[in-house]
Unconditional design. Structure first.
Lengths: 295, 266
């Protein structure tokens, strides 16, 4: 049995929103990626794990304890980064962290200093005057400072610059090395690729896929938009046997996966004037891989 | 059951509000007590004679010429009902519903502290503030009267009057706090938390307006605070106080239970 179990979790908000019969399990010491487009039900699932919502059907448990009934007990060894950082706005960061430490009845503050240094955060200013990135750092410190066994991180690096994102990834890896269990929702490919062991994708409240992250790496099917000299060439190019997603005028959108050489050699024979790789979200890459683009 | 860190933080956060309300009450007490004139009847009594209906609506029709009746009529019929009520409305909203609506409740609940403890602690913050405010008003009344009219005030009865007013305010606070716990949305929490007591007060004003509308008093809990009766020593008035107090406890308990069982979209 995993340290975090979700079984048949259902909450119907109507008009297809909510989560439906969701089940998965996270093993101790695992970093588990939790992905899905906006509104897919990630936050709803996390709210159930945190004991904020009572499941309509099914149940979730952390460390063998029911997330709704024993929520306060579970929180002793849990760290949480909420998707949205809202603090008590009249406090400074320092006041907030020391309030939380006392509120949690924490015995040691040693971790706080270390985390502040790691994220180069000076929490002396008022929380409401802090930038999004600074608030995020305060939230990270608040989630890790009591050295929890399990971490639930809802888009933990939103608002952080790349340097700090990298520090965060290092922190998660260290925690993983110390045997901690992490559930992390994220939109950032690198973050998931570098930290997660397994990934679950949720779409419209249902589990769309669950696989090892290695599968994700090989799944890096990339989209290319090839612009040719004229519409005729584009039409012919589209018939070359590549995975074509779209043809419009003189532009062809193809998906390339493990066949880059073939793609290049075909392009050599055509009057190509431009190639662009449009930005793809992590979810898009995944959805493509699992063939659930239109699901 | 109480998280003292949260309690301390709540009290610190209530100071400014308490000082504002204390200042307003100080102003009214000082002005109105100075208008009392034991020999001639006060300027306010002249108003009461000139516009009996209007003054009656806001409870300002003293039963006798004694100082205690004067205070009861001019301070405990309107000022000491409305201002502590406002304090309850603001406090109750700030302590629960606002945190839920904004999302800052997340931090109070992502810690090994039971929801019951969070709600009970916040309730105690509000009740502490309310008691401090009422205590301050009672002391202010006594000190003010002893300075201006030494020996005139029946202090025992005045304290009873304040205890009665406190029971009423605890009950009002209970309504506000319950609303703050029931509704996830600030608008509804404030709407109901302010609306219900305000409606009760409005009905009392209507029932004060004259004999035709007197029966309206049975439709509002404000009637349970019978200030004339408390001063006259009527048993019914003390039963009213007891009912308000018991009702208050019931309201606070329900609030804690509701908050512990409800879904929070934070």
């Amino acid at each position: 049995m995993g340290i975090c179990e979700i079984k048949g979790l259902t909450r119907d908000y109507g008009s297809g929103r909510g989560v439906f019969d969701l089940s998965f399990s996270i093993e101790r010491g695992e970093v588990f990626g939790f992905l899905g487009p906006n509104g897919a039900g990630k936050t709803t699932t996390i709210r159930h794990l945190m004991g904020f919502l009572k499941p309509e059907k099914g149940y979730c448990a952390i460390g063998g304890k029911d997330c709704w009934k024993e929520r306060a007990e579970i929180q002793k060894t849990l760290g949480y980064i909420p998707g949205e950082m809202v603090f008590f706005d009249d406090m400074t960061g320092t006041e907030f962290l020391s309030f939380l430490a006392k509120y949690r009845k924490m015995k040691s503050n040693a971790r706080v200093k270390e985390l502040l240094d790691r994220f180069e955060l000076n929490p002396g200013s008022k929380l409401k005057k802090m930038s999004k990135g600074m608030k995020q750092k305060v939230g990270i410190v608040a989630a890790f400072m009591h050295d929890p066994e399990i971490l639930i991180l809802d888009e933990p690096t939103s608002g952080l610059d790349p340097l700090m994102q990298n520090r965060f990834i290092e922190l998660v890896l260290e925690e993983k090395g110390r045997g901690k269990t992490v559930l992390m929702s994220s939109h950032i490919f690198e973050e998931v690729e570098r930290t997660c062991d397994r990934v679950a994708i949720i779409k419209s409240g249902k589990l769309a896929a669950l696989d090892a992250v290695e599968a994700l790496k090989s799944a890096q099917a990339k989209k290319y938009v090839v612009t040719l000299e004229n519409g005729g060439a584009a039409a012919a190019f589209a018939k070359e046997g590549l995975r074509v997603m779209d043809v419009s005028n003189n532009q062809v959108t193809v998906v390339v996966q493990n066949n880059l050489k073939e793609f290049i050699s075909i392009m050599n024979r055509y009057p190509v004037i431009n190639i662009v790789t449009p930005n793809q979200s992590l979810e898009e890459i995944f959805m493509q891989y699992y063939g659930c683009d239109n699901a | 059951m109480i998280n003292w860190t949260l309690y301390k933080r709540g009290i610190l956060g209530s100071w400014k509000l308490l000082i504002v309300f204390a200042a307003v009450i100080t102003m009214y007490f000082t002005i109105i007590i100075s208008m009392f004139d034991p020999s001639l009847g006060s300027a306010l009594d002249e108003f009461a004679k000139a516009m009996p209906e209007l003054m009656a609506i806001v409870g300002m029709n003293p039963a006798s010429a004694e100082l205690i009746s004067f205070l009861e009529a001019y301070l405990y019929g309107f000022i000491m009902l409305v201002f502590p009520m406002l304090f309850c409305i603001i406090s109750a909203h700030r302590l629960i519903a606002r945190h839920v609506d904004r999302g800052s409740m997340t931090y109070l609940l992502s810690a090994p502290v039971k929801r019951e403890t969070v709600a009970f602690t916040q309730m105690n913050v509000m009740v502490t503030g309310l008691i401090l405010l009422m205590l301050y008003a009672a002391l202010l009344g006594i000190v003010n009267c002893e300075i201006s009219f030494p020996g005139e005030l029946d202090i025992g009865k005045f304290i009873l009057l304040n205890v009665g007013a406190l029971c009423l305010q605890l009950f009002i606070g209970g309504i506000c706090f319950l609303c703050s716990c029931v509704f996830n949305d600030s608008r509804y929490a404030v709407g109901a938390g302010a609306g219900i007591p305000a409606l009760g007060f409005l009905i009392q004003m209507i029932s004060n307006a004259g004999e035709k509308t007197e029966n309206a008093k049975y439709a509002t809990f404000f009637t349970l605070f019978d200030s004339d009766g408390i001063i006259a020593g009527e048993p019914g008035a003390f039963w009213g106080m007891a009912v308000l107090f018991a009702g208050a406890i019931l309201l606070y308990l329900s609030a804690v239970v509701v908050f512990s069982k409800k879904d929070l979209h934070i």
